[in-house]
Design a protein around this ligand. Structure first.
Ligand code: NAD
Length: 381
């Protein structure tokens, strides 16, 4: 059938198989042009089908020559419904990896569950013995623990916060007030996006003797500029990220080197859902593209492996965090972003923000608008 994008607000309910494959190919090709990394050889990536997790997997495989096991939560096609883009990305990655002589297998299941952990550990034991790196890149709206389902919220803590935002349904700039989360909502957000499950994975791997003593594990976070702080860094998601940070210290104390990598704000399925952030990202793209220092997920993750984690020594800031947001947070970048943010309105939206770039990246997440793909032809979904 012919597959076209069906966008509902910040979600696209269709994905293009050939487009996703071409987008994965592009990321692989990028890494192939870069110098190799003396890095890990057996990598588990939890949250491996999209965004930063997929890019981590590609960087590990193609820069370090690593065997990779991925964990994702994606839907295959059924009837005339396409699969999710994560499902197509993963099929494509596995196909290319195998063609290139690299081990790649994926478990499709709920990473939070004990069953999934068990299944993954059995696979590691039978195929790889032990892993020497674990990437934790889950971004999920909810987590089931027994009969209780915790839902994460994207709200402030303490006071409400009003600022500009963009309505992605009609590209209209408006003002939004984000209400504070209740204590219960904050606790739930920490349950979903904090470090508890990361620690559970490491504990399970250790208990099964499926992780090397000198292994490294990394989870991803975001800090960003002041204008997004009430909503992100100091918001309910920020509380979860603070928990993730504390968890890194705990995992390290217990013997496996755990790092938090603070990554750049980029268009992914998850970040599109956060109020204010898509508008900030559009302005950031404008500024960084003009300066020539814009990066996407793959450039960020290649730099994580090649320079920050497996270069001469691990590069962290004074708090022990890896800063891949170094270019985003440069003073000249942020000064220009602030100026544009303050002057931006509906009338000058195009001059102040790279909204086209935002949408280009958004469609690309679902395999649309990729160069060289014939979208007029029927595809087997
Ligand atoms: P994403 O939505 O692109 O990918 C999320 C991945 O998690 C997918 O592979 C999905 O299949 C998987 N997943 C979700 N629920 C799952 C479950 N229950 N079981 C197994 N797999 C599951 O997200 P992303 O933006 O790449 O985010 C990854 C991490 O990076 C998050 O911790 C996020 O906070 C962080 N981060 C993102 C940004 C950004 O701007 N996008 C910036 C800095 C840090």
């Amino acid at each position: 059938m012919k597959v076209t994008p069906k966008v509902r607000g910040f979600i696209c309910t269709t994905a293009h198989p050939t487009g996703c494959e071409a987008a994965v190919r592009k990321q692989i090709d990028y890494v192939k042009t870069q110098p190799k990394t003396e890095g890990p050889k057996k990598v588990l990536v939890i949250g491996s089908s999209m965004g930063y997790g997929l890019a981590s997997r590609i960087a590990a495989a193609y820069s370090c020559g690593a065997a990779t096991i991925g964990v994702m939560f994606d839907r295959p096609a059924s009837g005339n419904k396409t699969a999710t883009s994560g499902w197509y990305n993963t099929k494509a990655f596995e196909k290319f990896a195998v063609e290139d002589g690299l081990y790649a297998k994926t478990i499709n299941g709920d990473a939070y569950s004990d069953e999934c952990k068990k299944e993954v550990i059995e696979l590691i034991k039978s195929d790889l013995g032990k892993v020497d790196m674990v990437v934790y890149s889950l971004a999920a709206p909810r987590r089931a623990v027994g009969d209780t389902v915790y839902s994460s919220v994207l709200k402030t803590t303490g006071e409400s916060y009003t600022n500009k935002t963009i309505d992605l349904r009609n590209n209209c700039v408006s003002e939004i007030t984000i209400e504070p989360a209740t204590e219960e909502e904050i606790t739930a957000t920490v349950k979903v996006m904090g470090g508890e499950d990361w620690e559970a994975w490491i504990d399970a791997l250790k208990a099964a003797d499926a992780i090397e003593d000198g292994a490294v594990t990394v989870a991803y976070s975001y800090i960003g500029p002041k204008l997004t702080h009430p909503m992100y860094f100091e918001g309910s998601i920020g509380r979860a990220k603070a928990h993730l940070y504390e968890t890194a210290k705990k995992i390290t104390k217990d013997g496996i080197k755990a790092y938090i990598s603070v990554n750049k704000a980029l268009v992914t399925q998850s970040s599109a859902a956060i109020p204010i952030v898509p508008l900030y990202i559009s302005i950031l793209y404008k500024v960084m593209k003009a300066k020539g220092n814009h990066e996407g997920c793959i450039e960020q993750m290649y730099r994580l492996f090649n320079q920050k984690l497996y270069g001469e020594s691990v590069q962290t800031d004074e708090n022990g965090m890896i800063r891949l947001d170094d270019l985003e947070m440069q003073k000249d970048v942020q000064d220009e972003v602030t100026e544009l943010w303050n002057t931006l309105s509906q009338d000058n939206l195009k001059e102040c923000a790279d909204l086209d770039g935002y949408w280009e990246d958004f469609y690309a997440l679902f395999g649309f608008g990729i160069e060289g793909v014939d979208y007029e032809s029927d595809v087997d979904v």
